[in-house]
Design a protein around this ligand. Structure first.
Ligand code: TRP
Ligand code: SF4
Length: 329
């Protein structure tokens, strides 16, 4: 029944927000079609926060709670923390022996990111950051995954991963590694409440575990049609951030809202109230489940320990074959 093996990962760089929800909901769907492995990639978080590691453990923990709360199911999927599986590091090292530097230097995000973070005063021209996509290839190939659900921004990394698999298979005359394909899902894009990219650093995000009051407050801050001064002015939903959210969270009422907005029959305050109620309705079960899990840390630790054991078993099997193919001890 399984269409194959999936590996995907997220960097634990902060609390998840509702912009991440559609990515996770896609993972939840994939769980019944594939053998899924989901990694909290804390070593990848180190590439940018090696100088302040104080929040990484907390972020890993929050990510585990968020994942479980949205329905990543430990009965179906292997959920684990990357740094617990040393085989990722071993495979990364072995890959590094035959990876031309030029392959890593030409990954399009590489120079961009160094420059971008450089402007913020952060120097990430490190060995580790150069090797970021190679470590990602090891994450994927150590489970011999053939499918990777990712966003478009990750396509160059997947391309490199396939090149590494091909080069390994060619050099050591084997077909140990598949060439993993990206699974690009239609991911609904959500702006932050101020209309810019949703990001914790802009304080324009709605956290996955936001309370009813927090949701209401964030929705009140949302930018609307700037041309609407009086509530009876005809509105332009196509330029309104609230409307983007309505389309996603109020699928049943969207036509009526759009009409009432255009005709000036509904004011923005009322429209936002409706939206806040809809978002709250959607987040309530996640919030409740998350609360329940947070109250049982022992249970969550056991889930992660079981995931770790399962991941390690698979990774060890691959590494045994890798060593044999390469002729190393
Ligand atoms: N680079 C990915 C991102 O920023 C995170 C990641 C690390 C990953 N290892 C992975 C994604 C393996 C998919 C598969 O989103
Ligand atoms: Fe936006 Fe709603 Fe106001 Fe229309 S009524 S401008 S959709 S907030």
């Amino acid at each position: 029944m399984s269409k194959g093996i999936i590996l995907s990962g997220m960097r634990p760089t902060g609390k998840l927000h509702i912009g991440h929800l559609s990515v996770l909901e896609n993972w939840v769907r994939l769980q019944s079609e594939y053998e899924c492995n989901f990694a909290i990639v804390d070593w990848h978080a180190l590439t940018t926060s090696f100088d302040d590691t104080s929040l990484i453990k907390e972020n890993v923990w929050n990510m585990a709670l968020d994942w479980l709360a949205v329905g990543i199911d430990p009965e179906k999927s292997t959920i684990f923390i990357q740094s617990r599986i040393l085989e990722h590091a071993e495979l990364h090292l072995l890959f590094s022996m035959f990876t031309p530097l030029s392959w890593l230097e030409r990954v399009p995000t590489y120079k961009d990111q160094i420059q971008q973070l450089g402007m913020q005063g952060k120097d990430i021209s490190t060995y580790g950051f150069l090797g970021y996509p190679l470590l990602q290839a090891a994450d994927i190939l150590v489970y011999r995954a053939n499918a990777v659900p990712v966003g478009e921004d990750q396509l160059p990394h997947l391309e490199l991963c396939r090149e590494i698999a091909r080069r390994f298979n060619f050099l050591y005359q084997t077909n140990l590694f598949p060439e993993p394909q990206a699974l690009l899902a239609k991911i609904a894009w959500l702006p932050g409440v101020d209309g810019r990219k949703m990001s914790k650093s802009y304080h324009n995000e709605i956290a996955i575990d936001a309370s009813e009051e927090e949701i209401a407050a964030k929705v009140r801050q949302m930018v609307t049609d700037p041309q609407r001064i009086h509530k009876t002015d005809p509105g332009h939903p196509e330029v309104c951030t609230v409307h983007i959210y309505q389309k996603l969270y109020n699928t049943g009422g969207i036509e009526e809202i759009t009409e009432s907005c255009r005709s000036g029959a509904i004011g923005c305050v009322a429209c936002k109230k409706q939206l806040a109620a809809k978002i709250n309705e959607a987040l309530m079960p996640i919030r409740e489940k998350r609360k329940g899990l947070a109250a049982k840390p022992q249970l969550v630790k056991e889930i992660l320990a079981a995931g770790e054991e399962c991941a390690r078993k698979k990774a060890r099997e691959t590494m045994q074959l890798v060593r044999e193919a390469m002729g190393v001890q």
